[in-house]
Design a protein. Structure first.
Length: 340
């Protein structure tokens, strides 16, 4: 019996190729790992193929499509999540086509599987007044409340992704003018984001009262930690945000009917920059997007900007008055004479 080569390729792909040759972040590697954990579960539960017995010759286009359909229909994944899993599979099979050329024909078929189209939802974001209400919720008279106030302010002011926020260390902050914060983004990309005056003041006070661990250099400690002084997790930040969203909803002006996640604050910052007239090129770099096509979704989402643009370009060509056909006893005559 031939050796099962799939486990060998997969382990090398996750442990050597992604971190070593592609310089992928730990978050990306974890996402790819989860894709294949689900794939192995599918193979074992639905196809009775044990993980250690899978060979590259077992993997066909039909098997992959069956797995993707299983994610949607059995596991309840959204089409967006299905497409993310497919992207991870494509990355793996692009790697294995060089390592396993004898399977090229089937691998090409797998790589030709397209992403599934789905209607794009509107970008959820908080308006300026709603954002102000949310930021006012933490009780800054307590240490924990003050930390949360700074956390939410930094999350919004920098437009950081939640993982970027968790990774901020004290050494990443420069409070002298011009104040900036260094964010470590997707794909290990690094960018500097300017800090506004109020956030700079909050951070200055926070660093003075922050509880540091004595055995680690202050500059190497994470900016936001939990009660055990460990790095805050993505879940921890979501928990903190949800707590204050519930409080904000007691205010009738906080009329939000969608889930407020940390990414919603990033969307809010982007929309507010756009509404302030900031050029797409500038806040593409601010948000850490690779190109403007990603940033342009905010321009398409802002209905108020569209309305103002249309109003500015609008030429009134309509007649000042519309004939009152109801005063004409013969409707048919009126209709016939309308375009004469």
């Amino acid at each position: 019996m031939k050796e099962a080569d799939f486990p060998k390729y997969l382990s090398y792909f996750l442990s050597k190729y992604l971190p070593g040759q592609k310089n992928a972040s730990t978050h990306t590697i974890a996402s790819y790992r989860d894709t294949f954990k689900l794939f192995l579960t599918y193979c074992e539960e639905e196809k009775a193929i044990r993980p250690e017995r899978i060979r590259m010759t077992n993997i066909t286009k039909e098997l992959i499509i069956g797995y993707l359909d299983w994610l949607e229909e059995v596991k309840g994944y959204t089409i967006s999540s299905r497409n993310q899993r497919l992207a991870a599979l494509h990355s793996f099979f692009r790697y294995t086509q060089k390592e396993s050329p004898e399977n090229l024909d089937e691998l090409y078929k797998i790589l030709a599987i397209p992403s599934k189209k789905y209607p794009k939802s509107m970008i959820p974001y908080l308006t300026g007044p709603e954002m102000k209400i949310l930021l006012e919720q933490p009780d800054a008279s307590t240490y924990e409340g003050f930390r949360d106030s700074v956390l939410l302010s930094v999350l919004y002011d920098t437009g950081a992704r939640v993982q970027e926020l968790t990774n901020i260390k004290v050494k990443d902050i420069r409070l002298s003018s011009p104040a900036v914060i260094t964010l470590h983004g997707k794909g290990n990309k690094v960018r500097q984001v300017p800090l506004m005056g109020n956030t700079t003041e909050l951070l200055t006070k926070y660093l003075e009262v922050k509880k540091y661990q004595p055995v680690i250099a202050r500059t190497d400690q994470y900016l936001f930690v939990n009660q055990k002084k460990h790095q805050l997790s993505r879940w921890g930040i979501s928990y903190i945000l949800n707590k204050y969203v519930k409080l904000a909803k007691k205010d009738p002006l906080f009329s939000v009917n969608f889930p407020v996640t940390p990414h919603v604050l990033r969307h809010a910052k982007a929309m507010h920059l756009l509404q302030a007239g900031v050029n797409l090129i500038y806040f593409r770099d601010f948000l850490g997007h690779v190109d403007c096509s990603t940033t342009e979704v905010y321009a398409r989402a802002d209905s108020e900007l569209k309305r103002k643009a249309i109003e500015n370009a609008y030429i009134d060509l309509l007649p000042e008055s519309v004939p009152k056909w109801e005063e004409d006893g013969d409707l048919m005559n009126w209709l016939n004479s309308l375009c004469e």
